[in-house]
Design a protein around this ligand. Sequence first.
Ligand SMILES: Cc1cc2nc3c(=O)[nH]c(=O)nc-3n(C[C@H](O)[C@H](O)[C@H](O)COP(=O)(O)OP(=O)(O)OC[C@H]3O[C@@H](n4cnc5c(N)ncnc54)[C@H](O)[C@@H]3O)c2cc1C
Length: 429
Amino acid sequence: MPLKEKIYWHDTVKMPTGEILNDLPSSIDLAVIGSGIPGLASARQLARHGISVIVLEAETIGGGASSRNGGMALTGLKLDAEVVAARYGVDLTRQLFDDSIASLNTVEQIITQEQIDCGFARTGHLLLANKPAHYTALQHEAEWYAQHFNHPTRLVPRSELSSEIGSEVYYGGLVDETSAGLNPAQYVAGLAQAAERAGVKLYSSTRLNQIEKVSSGFKLKTSRGELIAGRVLVATGGYTGAATPQFQRRIIPIGSYIIATRPVPEDLARQLIPHNRMVFDYKHFLNYYRFSKDQRMVFGGRAAFFPETSSTIRTSARILRDEMVQIFPQLKDCEVEYAWGGTLDFPFDQMPHTGQLDGIYYTLGFAGHGVALGTHLGVRMADAIIAGTVGELPYNAYPFPNAPLGLYNGKPWFLPLIGLWHRILDWLY
Ligand SMILES: Cc1cc2nc3c(=O)[nH]c(=O)nc-3n(C[C@H](O)[C@H](O)[C@H](O)COP(=O)(O)OP(=O)(O)OC[C@H]3O[C@@H](n4cnc5c(N)ncnc54)[C@H](O)[C@@H]3O)c2cc1C
């Protein structure tokens, strides 16, 4: 069977189309730019509170990272708690990690309220040590969670790891039962429908090209005409572009790639991941994997750092298959059916950012942790806009940095260097 360069999840749901033919309104209370998870979660929440909201989407509704990801709704941030605490102190770290843990309840509540059929299941996550030193780091992380966040996690030493994973390559792991898995395309399609039911108008194929401050708010120049928005919320993730240069300078677009095998027999799937957890490892060039509802191994990684093209997808598919078979020799005869890529939004500090800059609201910088946290911060941002308390969100307590020395204007010339640096770090630590 030839490899399909296609997003597997998109074959499991009809993605929403949004308004393509209707004209844009001439004015609106609030315009959300970008129809991914945070944009749609905000739009829905704002509309439920009586605010008239539109979502402008350059491509297709939910078609960015939000429907291409691994579908892992995770606790925690990109960085370890200890690293965050060393930078910003224990109190702020506690607020941020509490939010990440609360984000799972927000996702579950929305799915239940809106009856989104996306296979949400609290099967937990398993973080694996690729080296003995990683297991020591996981021990610290577990202590932090227990001591500072009152959040239980469970360490699994190498001798007991076969109860969690059918692979010999790891040195131990950490289980967090709070995390969950879902089908991301079904989730984001359900969020879009929920936003529409709340009164939001979604405009696909409508790219924001320029924002101009005017007395009544902002003049938005789009690929389908102009409109005035009283307020604007930017949620453009890794696809943030020249229309918002102040955000483009702060976000590095980094590619991440996934393959999905043909379905495997149920007993093999349970041998490889007995509790059906969301699994990822501790490397900088990390791998993440899980089974889909129809028992495909969905295996992702940062095989190439550049955003997706047909060539990076094909190269990544080969690299990912080799890594998968190295971890699970049991899959050596299992055909890969799908391969695709998506773009992550990495801020320079690898921290999530939600606030206001030049009068424009933003929710950006999830660094591969946006399924649950993106939903939660979308809702929190909407509530804060309504209450006039955006400045009080804990995400304002630390800066949203530009590139060091201003050496970046949106063209990530340094990606090969970051890739090389990560390989060196993986070799050293
Ligand atoms: C391959 C991959 C795997 C991942 N796996 C996971 C995972 O398992 N768990 C997890 O928590 N996170 C994961 N992530 C990250 C997660 O998908 C994102 O954090 C989350 O979807 C962010 O949503 P977003 O709305 O910010 O970005 P997106 O979903 O990318 O949406 C941004 C949208 O903005 C639109 N846009 C951009 N510019 C404009 C403009 N000028 N005008 C109008 N629209 C515009 C884009 O077209 C796009 O649709 C993964 C990401 C990728 C790429």
